[in-house]
Design a protein around this ligand. Sequence first.
Ligand SMILES: *Cc1c(COP(=O)(O)O)cnc(C)c1O
Length: 360
Amino acid sequence: MKKQLKGLTAYKPGKQTDEVKRELGLSEITKLASNENPFGCSPLAVEGIQSVLHELQLYPDGYATNLRKAMSEHLGVAENQLIFGNGTDELIHLLSRALLEAGTNTVYPWPTFPQYRHNAIVDGAEVRQVPLIDGQQDLEGMLAQIDEQTRLVWVCNPNNPTGVYIPEETFVAFLERVPEDVIVVSDEAYYEYVTASDYPQTIPLIERFPNLVVTRTFSKAYGLASLRVGYAIGDADFIAQIEPTREPFNVSRIAQAATTEALKDQAFIQESVEKNREGLAQYYAFCEKEGLKYYPSESNFILIYFKASGDEVFDFLLRRGFIVRSGEALGCPNSVRITIGTKEQNAAIIHLLEEFVHEH
Ligand SMILES: *Cc1c(COP(=O)(O)O)cnc(C)c1O
């Protein structure tokens, strides 16, 4: 066994609904812990799935030809600038596998999405975590950590679990100072939800910065987390170099059919984004009224701080039928991360949180 696997634990996802129902004897439980889309997915995605149900015996198209074509048109990039993964999770895995090994290091903010760290450790690389400064990714601090052995730098924009984004000007100034042979990944899992006008449009930057790789996903705004489809956009030569690390049939036939169709329904995305904005406004109003610290969010979740442990808030909501994510496990003590739900779900959680705040 590789020595770095000692003490490493498997990813702990948010609690599963059925598990909680059984444990607490509740009949109704709402999970707003994993930033899934509370409005489901586009009906076109379901039609896409139905269209391939008669060919389940066939391997998927290993090159994801239809999805690739649709995505290249959607984004205005060449088909060979794209790579698809079994979720962004797999792309993080294969970028780490392609670039990291013992003697190299990777730089990323902390707290952030834990898979950058996890994969680097499995691949035997040194991890250099740069603490957030009041919720902001400390790009200056990250630059200071880059040296001859740095292969991979991660930014998460907007960042999970804070929801805070890096503006375009700041990000471009950062790219200008990262050495050309160091790959910078911009993880944009919440891209569709962003409404800030100075959020970076990164795809046009790839031409100027061939060391920039952008990752996005169908798991969040598209509401297709169960199908596991993420994609990366980068310089064609770089993408060609990492292709051999990919499993040949990594994106299922069902997933390819569904996402190709889902891409056509941008009205569904727009509606989800609009409702998400309204949901965020419900939470902002609550936080302002109660004087609770929070970060304005460019994503579909909000991190709220309390005068209590995040675990305590988590338990309080759990016993009343809502699963959220305690900040304790995410590196943000005294907070919880809540996925923005439907208007009614948000109102119900806010009502309970008012009760909690007044009791504590
Ligand atoms: C949810 C999330 C992902 C994982 O996305 P998948 O495509 O479902 O693997 C990646 N990065 C961030 C920051 C996320 O929040």
